[in-house]
Design a protein around this ligand. Structure first.
Ligand SMILES: NC(=O)c1ccc[n+]([C@@H]2O[C@H](COP(=O)([O-])OP(=O)(O)OC[C@H]3O[C@@H](n4cnc5c(N)ncnc54)[C@H](OP(=O)(O)O)[C@@H]3O)[C@@H](O)[C@H]2O)c1
Length: 389
């Protein structure tokens, strides 16, 4: 297997964890062959300096920021290019065997799709690509034979649990930590600050996914992601709250047997498994400690306090243009919330309103999905200016 890895979004939470994993696997021939960053080029240059073998190809996806950056910081042996279209070139380069899709949001769509079209093994963290364009990604995968292996810990767990039987699963049960507002009332959430929303109890992640975890839009996106990854209908997907984030998800088979995957919360394990599958190799993530007491609890999810969940099930059921619209509205609303321009509790209503106001199509083209993405972002901005969600 070709062990040259392209990390799209190497400066983020998943990207840096991937660099760590590749460092641990260097003796087995794994390396970061290509890397990309967007705004944090300084961090990217520092990460490249620390690698025992510098990347062959480095992409700065924002050309303006790349032009301002001191090019002497790049390793002399690396080729540096800038622009979003160079991400697509890196994702489909012949020399690359595995693409880790770790860009946040819809910005990862074209490069992830390019990796699928090029028949790569795609270690998929960028769930938004499947949310926006699940049908097109699955069609491209069928043509190219690409392998899409989940990096999301829940989907990695499901992927591992499914290997317990040749009989298809009847249900998959996604676990959710419940985020920082798991026990908060709607009234308390009305006043939630940005700092409180970013303060995830069990995971350290980028700001967008941290806010998504607080609204539980992250779980909604994962419901949609699961629908496409495992080709399973929305009604066969359940969500349960599991605050400890040790049971990463479960599947139920026809005989009622439920199989779960457990490990202390650390993204290096699912990242590594997406790289080395079907092999398992030693991982630097913490091990399950049998000398400590584990109180692992599971409870039903509260769809009234977390209306994002209902949206996720609806979008997973109808597909078409719904995912692109809800995802874009969510990205726009989260950005407004992070800028302290809207309340936390306005994020999900903005997504609901965009979904209901758009003109649904069952079989959209990529171009149409991109148009609707832009439309939904503009609508959220427009509503915000009219202060009316
Ligand atoms: N973090 C987790 O534990 C976790 C778990 C499961 C799934 N995921 C998924 O993994 C993805 C990444 O999450 P994260 O937490 O790693 O996010 P993050 O820490 O915010 O990192 C985002 C990455 O995307 C790059 N980026 C941002 N805007 C971009 C743009 N317009 N064009 C190209 N690149 C851009 C960033 O570059 P700069 O930093 O250089 O600006 C950075 O490398 C998301 O889809 C998330 O849902 C994350």
């Amino acid at each position: 297997m070709n062990r040259n890895v392209a990390i799209l979004g190497a400066t983020g939470s998943i990207g840096t964890a991937t660099i760590d994993v590749l460092g641990q696997l260097a003796d087995e021939g794994w390396r970061a062959w290509g890397v990309s960053g967007h705004a944090n080029l300084d961090a990217l240059a520092t990460a490249c300096e620390k690698m025992s073998l510098p990347p062959e190809w480095i992409v700065g996806s924002d050309p303006g920021l790349a032009a301002q950056f001191d090019s002497r910081r790049w390793p002399s042996s690396s080729r540096f290019e800038s622009g979003a279209e160079r991400l697509v070139a890196l994702a489909s380069a012949d020399e690359v065997g595995v693409v880790v899709a770790a860009i946040v949001g819809r910005a990862g769509l074209e490069s992830t799709l390019a990796a699928v079209e090029a028949g790569k093994r795609v270690a998929l963290a960028n769930k938004e690509t499947l949310v926006v364009a699940g049908t097109l990604v699955c069609q491209a995968q069928q043509v190219s034979g690409a392998e899409i292996l989940p990096v999301d810990s829940e989907h990695s767990a499901i992927f591992q649990c499914l290997q317990a039987s040749q009989t298809p699963a009847e249900r998959i049960i996604l676990t959710a930590s419940g985020g920082p507002f798991r026990d908060w009332t709607r009234e308390q959430m009305e006043e939630a600050s940005v700092a409180a929303a970013l303060n995830h109890p069990t995971w350290k992640m980028g700001p967008k996914i941290s806010v998504d975890s607080a609204t539980m839009m992250n779980k909604a996106l994962e419901i949609i992601e699961a629908r496409w990854l495992f080709d399973i209908p929305a009604e066969s997907i359940e969500v349960m709250i599991h605050p400890q984030s040790v049971i990463h998800s479960m599947v139920e088979f026809v005989d009622g047997s439920v199989v779960a995957q457990l490990s202390p919360p650390d993204m290096r394990l699912p990242i590594q498994y997406a790289l080395t599958y079907p092999d398992r190799v030693a991982c630097s993530a913490p091990r399950f400690d049998v000398t400590q007491r584990w109180d692992l609890s599971l409870e039903p999810a509260d769809r009234d306090r977390f209306p994002a969940l209902e949206l996720g099930f609806e979008v997973a059921a109808v597909g078409g243009t719904a995912g692109a619209v809800v995802n874009a509205a969510n990205e726009a609303a989260v950005a407004l919330f992070l800028d302290q321009k809207i309340r936390f509790t306005e994020i999900v209503p903005a997504c609901r309103k965009a979904l209901e106001n758009h003109s649904y199509e069952r079989h959209p083209t990529l171009q149409r999905l991109i148009e609707l993405d832009e439309w939904a972002r503009a609508e959220v901005q427009r509503w915000h200016c009219g202060a009316n969600f």
